[in-house]
Design a binder for this molecule. Structure first.
Ligand SMILES: [Zn+2]
Length: 507
């Protein structure tokens, strides 16, 4: 049985009762944790979420008996953050760089190992009250930083932090991950005489179809990578037997398309991107996803990161929006917690890393941010709940019985409780009860197709197809990961790639 795990009652009460604490500006670094994260990238109390930073302050004091104040600041790009660390020697205790920037920070000796002699003890202390079975482990298992992570993801992480799979020091702990692909408005695509099939190939973005209806991302790395995946698509197809067998040879070329720029690949990207321009509606930095959501522009599709697709689809304002990852391949991006060289409070940083990987907090952040936590079971459960909304009612009924009659009683009467939940669910569906909105994403689609919907994993109703697509946007399935590569630092070739992109945009 799988049941929704929500913020534990004990933690909720602790937060509710928290007394505000006022701080003087004293400079004791053991009582301050400086976190430098990307913007809008942690649950902050809005939309009924937990304010994770405040929750950490409470939890840390409970755990260690010492007060802590989090100084939380945000950056816009990896490059801005890198400059702060490398040139200004900022004393942040935690930063959240992307994969290729972790590599660059490591190359330039700007990170401390996370698993120093104290880390295992701190992690164990953080997880001492956690239930191993909630993480998909056996009851007698110890919860470690390695055995709760998604193993397909950690194999990719090996490209910039080999300690995860090969042992030894680790310099990063994944926080969120996803892919890049196409976001499209299905209704607009069909009105234009196109089809969903067109969205399964990068050709749609780079050739003359849908002229004047396409957004391209104003991001040098993503433009370079996607242009070269398109440019080398015949060769990628040959190696993968027509995109049916994503083998090592295919993956090697895919990685070369995105990484290791040379004169030839810079030229191929430049030609591809220049010829693409005449087919575009616009280059965009962030507004494209909103435009697609509002339907205010002529655009019908665009290049997006999965987290942005997950965000706009999850807003439920436009239920014609779909996300797809083209068959030729994608990038898996990973954002990670790292401890920079000039950190002033490594211990608190290690506690924070442990805390954000505990079940409830990882769940809160995944739900709020709209992309995948690396904690395997949390992401699996979250995905399950979206595709099986009735399970949320089951959970509620079960918890209510525990509260009223105790755990033993609830366990004994499990089947009855679940049957009652199912009967009440059927009634809610029958009467189109407004309360359904609390459980079901994309309710409009649900109501249209609910007559045939079985609320089972293999249900083929419209709503389930849409919910599965949404889950794929917020949590990359194996079928996306198997045709992906991680980006690496361009090193001394970076300037050439940036100049190429400047020429493209000026052309
Ligand atoms: Zn269904």
């Amino acid at each position: 049985m799988r049941i929704k795990k929500i913020l534990s009652f004990a933690l909720a009460v602790a937060l509710f009762c928290a007394t505000p604490v006022f701080f003087t500006g004293c400079g004791d670094r053991t009582e301050v944790l400086k976190v430098y994260n990307c913007g809008e990238y942690i649950a902050d109390g809005s939309y009924d979420s937990v304010d994770v930073v405040s929750a950490f302050e409470e939890w840390y004091e409970e755990k260690t008996g010492k007060p802590i104040r989090v100084e939380y600041s945000v950056f816009d790009t990896n490059e801005t953050m890198y400059t702060q660390i490398a040139n200004k020697r900022a004393d942040y205790d935690l930063i959240c760089p992307s994969d290729y920037t972790v590599q660059k920070l490591r190359t330039n000796n700007l990170l401390l190992p996370i698993n120093d002699e104290n880390f295992d003890e701190i992690w164990a202390h953080a997880f001492e009250d956690e239930d191993p079975t909630a993480y998909g482990l056996q009851e007698e298992d110890e919860i470690t930083h390695k055995n709760i992570m998604n193993s397909a993801l950690m194999e990719l992480v090996e490209t910039y932090d080999e300690g995860w799979t090969k042992g030894g020091k680790i310099y990063s702990v994944p926080y969120m991950w996803g892919t890049f692909g196409l976001l499209y408005d299905r209704e607009k695509i069909e009105k234009a005489g196109g089809s969903v099939e067109d969205m399964t190939t990068w050709k749609t973005l780079f050739e003359d179809d849908y002229t004047g209806m396409k957004y391209m991302k104003n991001s040098v790395r993503d433009a370079y990578a996607s242009a070269n995946i398109y440019y080398y698509s015949d060769e990628l197809s040959r190696l993968s037997n027509g995109f049916t067998d994503y083998n090592e040879e295919y993956k090697k070329l895919l990685s070369q398309c995105m990484n290791f720029p040379n004169d030839e690949t810079i030229k191929s990207a430049e030609e591809t991107l220049k010829s693409q321009k005449k087919y575009l509606y616009a280059y965009e930095s962030d507004e494209g996803k909103e435009d697609l959501m509002n339907g205010k522009s002529n655009a019908a599709l665009g290049f997006v990161w999965s987290c942005d697709a997950g965000y706009v689809i999850g807003m439920e304002e436009n239920l014609n929006l779909w996300y797809s990852v083209p068959k030729e391949g994608t990038n898996v991006w990973v954002d990670n917690w790292c401890i920079p060289k000039y950190a002033g409070n490594v211990t608190a940083a290690q506690y924070f890393i442990s805390f954000v990987n505990t079940y409830n907090i990882a769940y809160e952040n995944m739900a709020w941010v709209g992309s995948a936590t690396p904690v395997r079971q949390v992401a699996d459960d979250f995905a399950y709940e979206i595709e099986n909304p009735r399970s949320l009612l089951e959970y509620e009924y079960y918890e209510a019985e525990i509260a009223e009659h105790g755990e033993e009683y609830a366990e004994e009467h499990y089947d009855e409780i679940i049957a009652t939940a199912h009967a009440d669910w059927a009634k809610m569906v029958e009467t189109e009860d407004e309360a359904l909105a609390d459980y079901v994403y994309f309710l409009d689609k649900y109501l249209e197709s609910h007559d045939n919907c079985t609320d089972e994993e293999d249900c083929d109703c419209d709503w389930h197809a849409y919910a599965r697509m949404y889950v794929e946007a917020i949590y990359p399935p194996d079928s996306h990961v198997e045709r992906s590569a991680i980006m690496t630092d361009f090193a001394e070739k970076n300037t050439d790639v940036v100049r190429m992109f400047t020429r493209v945009k000026a052309a």
